[in-house]
Design a protein around this ligand. Structure first.
Ligand code: DGT
Ligand code: CA
Ligand code: CA
Ligand code: ZN
Length: 589
């Protein structure tokens, strides 16, 4: 048997929660239920790898994990399942557990709905509610029936919400990784993510995965059996649609090798790009679908003749096009450019030579300057700019004139060491200075004047009206000491809307003042977004892509920022941190 792929702590916690829910529906002792819930809670918040604890025989050192639960966890890590949970699954339908998601529907009610009315899914619950059958249950009035229907409506609305790419992409890649590890190589020739995730769209409706296999049934069975899958909505030989434990839905399609090119093109989308592609094909006498091209008879080839493509490149080439990077496939003129062989040379991650905005323990970063620099150097960067927050933001630490001087000493020492060792790496000394509510900066000009890089950002009073916050931002970007405008709109994807800022006006001012605009690469921000970044370049701005790292791991987020730039059609020349450090500092002077 293939060993199960590694589970994350969150996934292990989810399995324990599932046990707790099932026990609750069965009406078991509440302390037993609580034991599983508490264990799940501590595992989710455990800052440690479960596998190494397991290997060391130390699972019981985790708070709330006793011998019994530790044994269940061991079994899960070793075999990919827990016997006890498998047994529970045979007793309690997953659909009934599902019903607990309806607000105000507790385990006791769910159990009665199941046992007395035979309801085993939310869909069935909704139908029964609409048919006014719930009120027939003893103790259930018209009012509680109404409440359940309202709860279901709320749940459906939540389901319509799109997932941030920073959650969706790792989810898709994990599914692919797990399928690769559970399936024998001969059952899975190829597997790739398609849809909006492949295009790196900032939010994602559902996941789309595409595979080539000579054994589609085997692939589908393995897919539906993945531990993250809570519900199978569609189950066919070539297509499955499932719902995952994190509430995302995922489509998997299995195709033949000869259809791969057209299928990947079709399921990558966007729909708009596909419409443009179909129109082009039509003009050339072909009908384009997810299998390939069929001659319409209006071109040179006889009607009904088929063409298949093993690669996307071959399909695009057959239609007279250069291969178009997925990030550009939004029908914004890319098809005409590909036809004219004039696609831009898009920025790639390897073009990035360093970062200009990151934090250390001098403000809210988790690592020292030396640790951050070492991490940057190890990933091949040639420079990294320490930009800690100016004081007074209500966070611990922060820098003022005095602390900046102390910081400078530390930075000089580190730089001197690398110079002596002949290492091509340089720390830049910068700051992320707060743009105060009235547009003044958090530190005086003469302090800012001594630094290599000044990033000005807004973290407070983000709800000012459009006029006020725009004026505030204009004042900051026009300050000659400000080099970069950090995360301009302040949005947090899925959590906080952008400020009311008049971005167009601010971008014009940046172009005029020579202030660089940031694409904050952190997937919770992606700020500027693709549309504004495109506009910035049109207006003559330069951009900087920074992860705003607070720990070395944050630096891994750079591809998200590069993807925003690619979706904005940016070339290396549009982005200043593709330049060597001398050119960078020279341009600033
Ligand atoms: P999403 O899921 O809303 O984030 O966006 P997509 O682009 O992943 O859309 P999705 O999952 O509905 O479909 C995946 C791809 O399949 C889509 O990008 C293009 C293709 N596709 C799906 N439905 C249609 C359609 O009705 N017409 C065309 N031309 N393409 C379609
Ligand atoms: Ca999709
Ligand atoms: Ca889909
Ligand atoms: Zn920052």
């Amino acid at each position: 048997m293939t060993p199960p792929s590694r589970l994350t702590n969150t996934e292990v916690a989810a399995q324990l929660r599932l046990i707790a829910d099932m026990l609750q529906i069965k009406g078991e002792n509440r302390f037993r239920v609580l034991a599983f819930k508490n264990a799940a809670e501590s595992i989710e918040h455990l800052g440690q790898d479960l596998y190494s604890l397991h290997d060391a025989g130390e699972l019981t050192a985790i708070p709330h994990v006793g011998k019994g639960i530790a044994a269940d966890i061991s079994q899960l890590l070793e075999t990919g399942q827990i016997d006890f949970l498998e047994q529970l699954k045979r007793e309690v339908p997953l659909g009934v557990v599902e019903m607990l998601k309806v607000p105000d529907l507790g385990p006791k009610k769910a159990a009665r709905l199941w046992q007395e009315l035979g309801i085993t899914s939310i869909a069935a619950l909704k139908a029964a509610g609409e048919a006014q059958q719930l009120r027939t249950l003893k103790g259930f009035g018209a009012k509680s029936e109404q409440k359940i229907l309202q709860g279901i409506a709320l749940l459906e609305k939540r389901k319509d919400e799109r997932t941030p790419l920073g959650v969706a992409r790792p989810t898709a890649l994990q599914l692919i990784h797990e399928l690769r590890s559970v399936l024998p190589a001969e059952a899975l020739t190829r597997i790739e993510v398609a849809g909006s995730v492949r295009r790196w769209q900032e939010t994602v409706g559902d996941l789309d995965i595409l595979a080539i296999s000579a054994q589609p049934e085997t692939v589908m069975a393995a897919f539906q059996a993945l531990p993250q899958v809570v519900d199978v909505a569609v189950s066919g030989v070539t297509k499955s649609r499932v719902r995952l434990i994190n509430d995302m839905e995922c489509d998997l399609r299995v195709v033949e090798a000869r259809h791969w090119g057209a299928a990947l093109q079709y399921f990558t989308g966007s729909k708009e790009h596909n419409v443009a592609m179909r129109e082009l094909a039509q003009k050339l006498g072909w009908r384009l679908n997810e299998y390939g091209l069929t001659a319409t008879g209006r071109g040179q080839d006889p009607a009904g003749m088929e063409r298949f493509f093993e690669t996307e490149e071959a399909l695009y080439a057959f239609l007279g096009l250069a291969w178009i990077p997925p990030e550009m496939r939004e029908d914004r003129g890319e098809v005409a450019l590909a036809q004219a062989r004039q696609l831009p040379r898009l920025l790639t991650s390897t073009d990035i030579l360093g970062e200009l905005h990151g934090h250390s323990t001098w403000s809210d970063g988790k690592n020292t300057i030396a640790e951050m620099a070492e991490a940057a150097r190890r990933r091949g960067y040639r420079y990294w700019s320490v930009c800690d927050h100016s004081v007074g933001l209500g966070i611990t630490g922060g820098v003022d004139a005095e602390r900046l001087n102390q910081q400078a000493v530390e930075i000089q020492q580190l730089n001197a060491r690398w110079r002596a060792e002949g290492v091509d790496f340089r720390l830049l000394h910068g700051i992320e200075v707060e743009v105060l509510a009235d547009g003044a900066l958090g530190l005086p000009d003469e302090v800012l004047a001594q630094l290599d890089v000044v990033v000005a950002s807004i973290h407070s009073s983000l709800r000012q009206d459009r006029e006020t916050i725009t004026a505030r931002c204009l004042q900051a970007v026009r300050n000659p000491h400000v080099d970069i405008l950090g995360h301009p709109t302040g949005r947090l994807l899925g959590r906080r809307p952008p400020s009311a800022l008049d971005v167009e006006q601010v971008l014009r001012a940046c172009a005029e003042a020579g202030t660089v605009v940031e694409i904050n690469a952190h997937p919770s921000r992606l700020d500027l977004n693709d549309v504004y970044a495109r506009r910035a370049v049109e207006l003559g701005c330069k951009l900087a892509i920074n992860t705003d790292a607070h720990s070395p791991a944050d630096m891994d987020m750079m591809p998200y920022g590069v993807a925003v730039a690619r979706r904005a059609w940016l070339t290396p020349d549009d982005v200043i941190n593709t330049r060597p450090v001398e050119a960078l500092l020279g341009a600033k002077a």
